[in-house]
Design a binder for this molecule. Structure first.
Ligand code: DAH
Length: 360
């Protein structure tokens, strides 16, 4: 029967040419669909005489089966080819090192805390912590600031609410990081070398003051420490932190209740053309308070002042961040302005270290 041979040749060729799943489906419908050519021929069997039908029937069925399996085979090979192409297009070398692109930045305060932690760790100082809601005793008394001491007024303290009928002194938002000195001494005893970076609070707000700001406390206790050790540690710190070799510090006699003697420390700088340069010029800028730990303070920390001496210092972190990174307004630190954060922030995965570079 000629018709069958023609259909066979025509549709096997079309199946072979079908370039994708949709084209192949169109070929299938044209041949084997309800109104397809093979179906139409099958319907024509009814009009044939019995003899013709006997040979045409099996031939059409065989054609139907053959086309059907040719279409299945073609479909499978098209699917394989599509998968091959996708695997080639989506190929990924999982052995390449990662290239992370974090969306956020590190706040300058966090950056500076990481920097100074790296610097002091290199000199043997561990990080100590204390609560931000602090008892009156730790924040004041233990630091040789008794109830009527004028320093209490100067601190512009935030007081916590007291339960009705509770006549004990109210807790405070710590006004400085110095109470961590007492906590570290009590927890670890002597000898001791710690820094305590963290938040502090005072009722104050203008271009250079915010009600919350950051300090870092330093405390070293040993058998024979003197102001000379303090001076060396602070000079080492400033050299590393400001990343200039020739820093010069000036110690000015001062007074703090918790140190005796006490000194405020200035750093040599210049302000040419509004540009601050550390380590040169004729100006001095105050950067911290310091001194030898008062015997009363050592005793409050459970340390015998006849056997041990210590030096301590306290520094404003926001202030040294502004100095190093040329940030003019302190209040912007705490406004969460994304444009400011993108401009002054640091790459999230560049952890400051003395070996790898602090701010590079
Ligand atoms: N606690 C002082 C303040 O907040 C800073 C300070 C001065 C800390 C001298 C010290 C120090 O440890 O020795 O102003």
């Amino acid at each position: 029967m000629d018709g069958v041979a023609e259909l066979r040749a025509k549709y096997l060729a079309k199946v072979a040419q079908a370039g994708d799943a949709a084209a192949l489906e169109a070929v299938r419908l044209a041949a084997l669909g309800k109104k397809g050519e093979v179906a139409l021929m099958m319907r024509g069997l009814g009009q044939m005489d019995a003899e013709a039908r006997k040979s045409a029937g099996p031939a059409l069925n065989a054609l139907k089966d053959e086309l059907d399996s040719a279409i299945r085979a073609r479909r499978a090979s098209l699917e394989d080819a599509a998968l091959e192409a996708r695997l080639r297009a989506e190929w990924l070398d999982v052995t390449l090192p990662g290239r992370p692109r974090p969306a956020g930045t590190i706040h300058p305060v966090s950056q500076v805390m990481d920097e100074l932690t790296a610097i002091f760790a290199d000199m043997g100082f561990a990080v100590a912590e204390g609560p931000q809601v602090e008892s009156d005793w730790f924040n004041f008394d233990a630091l040789n600031i008794p109830p009527e001491h004028p320093a209490r007024q100067e601190m512009d303290t935030f007081y916590m609410a007291r339960a009705p009928g509770d006549n004990r002194p109210p807790h405070v938002l710590r006004t400085h990081t110095s109470p961590v000195q007492i906590r570290a001494m009590q927890a670890q005893g002597a000898p001791l070398r710690v820094i305590a970076p963290g938040r502090v609070y005072r009722m104050d707000m203008d271009q250079t003051h915010t009600p919350m700001f950051h300090q870092v406390e330093g405390l070293a206790i040993d058998r024979d420490l003197s102001m000379a050790n303090l001076k060396w540690v602070l000079e080492e710190f400033c050299r590393a932190y400001f990343e200039v070799d020739g820093v010069e510090l000036r110690f000015r006699a001062s007074h703090f209740p918790f140190t005796e003697p006490s000194a405020e420390v200035d750093i040599r700088c210049s302000w040419e053309g509004g540009q601050l340069k550390i380590g040169e010029g004729e100006s001095w800028m105050e950067i911290l308070g310091s001194g030898m730990v008062h015997p009363h303070v050592l005793r409050a920390g459970g340390i015998d002042p006849d056997a041990w001496q210590g030096f301590a210092f306290g520094m404003g972190i926001d202030r040294i961040a502004m100095l190093k990174y040329g940030i003019p307004d302190l209040r912007a630190f705490f406004e969460s302005d994304l444009r400011w954060l993108r401009h002054y922030g640091f790459a999230a995965l560049d952890v400051p270290s003395l070996a790898g570079g602090l701010s590079a």
